[in-house]
Design a protein around this ligand. Structure first.
Ligand code: UDP
Length: 487
């Protein structure tokens, strides 16, 4: 599904700046960078979204009609064209190979675009693959880092990078963290797991801390967040990274400002209700049919995103927690996780539906979801806040614990399901899951959570609407690129 951007007279556009947008090949990185691409296109920038060859062969279109998807795609090799990230013997091997093979492949793509009369002016690259900036600079192009995590989380990683936090951070050591600038008081259970449980996933920890190694040389640093959502963290981080600007939430326009359909190209994004493609095949019709006859706010939606790998025991506790809550539930259990379900749970009766993947935004926006049991991946968090859906936070790893802290204690749009142990990272028991679901669906707190949800939903929409904080930041970037291109 490679599509060309065209103007109303159906001629290719050549007189505007051209950006390559290069995400890490994972759903939680592709979705926001794809959506950012659409924003740029709506502001007259030409964009080529660069996927890896494996991902580009694996994706399924998720728009109703192909012409709704108007982002041009191209691909480069990451060294694993047949199996992708999963085929590498470790994450470190994957990231190292991607750097080695990808640097040459990205250079050749830039040359190919130039030969085809589509010269590239800028590379917007995922913060986890900072070598893209070296490639951009080799060609004298504008380089823009794209941070896929919150300002708060990047503040923590930046402290690690500067040596101001030295993991592992013990409960005693956490005392110093209470005073981290721009952040609420934190316990170790609120820290990114790569910091609190130092030594787990060292290659990813290295990439997230290493993102700062050349970031000062980037011309722009975009963070997929909203200034008003975490203004203190954003203020602190932009003192450290003066080129930082917030451009989020990168969510299809129909859930926010609905402006992409109205832009200068008549046919552009007539119905921007979904990202446009997915690595996993969604069961949209089955989900929407099942949700269709459920009362407003009556369904618990459960998903742990594209990567989390729950223990079998945790899956069993979830089964009983959901069942015992007595509410309807729609639970996304990826194919690779389904063997962890108890054998007699696959038929969940009339109360539950389990699917391997769904179009999450359609589900969240359906009006029948009263609560989202979530791992608090940053995209899922932004999506739930943007749609005003209350959350039960069950963070698993990486940045999710810090996002959960903001969900429960800063924005107050959900509650956290806690494990029995002190670290907050063990098994969350069925009674706790049931308690949290009931609290969000039925309890007194539900009223306050929904009131806060309405407030933050408006903040998200305002940010990307005409003259909102994110809209202004994107426009400033676009104006500067146009100047570079004309010059
Ligand atoms: N998602 C989806 N269908 C699902 C589960 C997730 O479309 O069944 C999307 C979700 O809307 C979000 C992304 O996958 O955009 C997950 O990103 P997130 O940062 O929340 O978590 P990750 O997968 O990176 O852990």
């Amino acid at each position: 599904m490679v599509s060309q951007q065209r103007n109303s007279s159906d001629e290719p556009i050549h007189d505007t700046p051209h950006c390559l947008v290069v995400p890490l090949p994972a759903t939680g990185h592709i979705n926001p960078m794809l959506q950012f691409s659409k924003r740029l296109i709506s502001k007259r920038i030409r964009v080529t979204l660069v996927l890896t060859r494996f991902v580009s062969k694996s994706i399924t279109a998720t728009t109703a009609r192909e012409e709704e998807f108007n982002v041009r795609l191209d691909s480069i090799s990451d060294g694993f064209d047949d199996g992708g990230m999963e085929a590498a013997e470790s994450t470190r091997v994957y990231l190292d190979t991607f750097r080695e093979v990808g640097s040459g492949a990205l250079s050749r793509l830039i040359e190919k675009q130039s030969d085809a009369g589509e010269p590239v002016h800028c590379v917007v690259y995922d913060h986890c693959i900072p070598w893209c900036l070296d490639v951009a600079k080799k060609f004298g192009l504008v380089g823009a880092a794209f941070l896929t995590q919150s300002c708060a989380v990047d503040t923590i990683y930046n402290h690690v990078y500067q040596g101001l936090i030295r993991p592992p951070v013990t409960e005693q050591g956490i005392l110093t963290l209470r005073t981290l600038p721009g952040l609420p008081p934190l316990k170790s259970e609120d820290l990114p797991s790569l910091v609190s449980k130092f030594g787990t996933y060292p290659a990813i920890f290295g990439a997230l801390v290493g993102q700062f190694s050349n970031i000062d040389e980037a011309d722009w640093v975009f963070c997929n967040s909203v200034y008003e959502l975490e203004n203190e963290a954003a203020d602190w981080l932009s003192k450290r990274l003066p080129k930082l600007t917030t451009i989020g939430p990168t969510i299809p326009s129909m859930y926010l400002d609905k402006r992409l359909k109205a832009d200068y190209l008549d046919k552009q994004f007539p119905n921007d209700t979904d990202y446009g493609f997915s690595i996993f095949k969604p069961m949209n019709e089955i989900c929407m049919n099942w949700l269709g006859d459920k009362p407003k706010g009556s369904v618990v939606y459960v998903s742990f995103g594209s990567l989390a790998d729950l223990g079998t025991e945790q899956m069993v506790e979830l089964c009983f927690g959901l069942k015992n809550s007595g509410h309807y539930f729609l639970w996304v259990v990826r194919e690779s996780e389904q063997s962890k379900l108890p054998y007699d749970f696959s038929s969940t009766g009339k109360k539950g539906l389990i699917v391997p993947w769904c179009q999450q935004l359609h589900v969240l926006a359906s009006g029948v979801v009263g609560c989202f049991v979530t791992h608090c991946g940053w995209n899922s968090t932004l999506e739930a806040v943007s749609l005003g859906v209350p959350m039960v936070a069950m963070p698993q790893w990486a940045d999710q614990a810090t996002n959960a802290k903001y969900v429960t204690d800063v924005w107050r749009v959900g509650v956290r399901a806690r494990s029995g142990g002190d670290g907050g990272d063990g098994l969350v028991k069925r009674e706790e899951i049931e308690r949290c679901v009931r609290e969000v669906m039925e309890g007194e707190k539900a009223v306050e959570i929904r009131r806060n949800g309405d407030k933050w939903k408006k903040v998200m929409k305002d940010a990307v609407s005409e003259d909102g904080s994110s809209d202004r930041n994107v426009r400033e970037f676009v104006d500067s690129l146009i100047r570079v291109c004309l010059w």
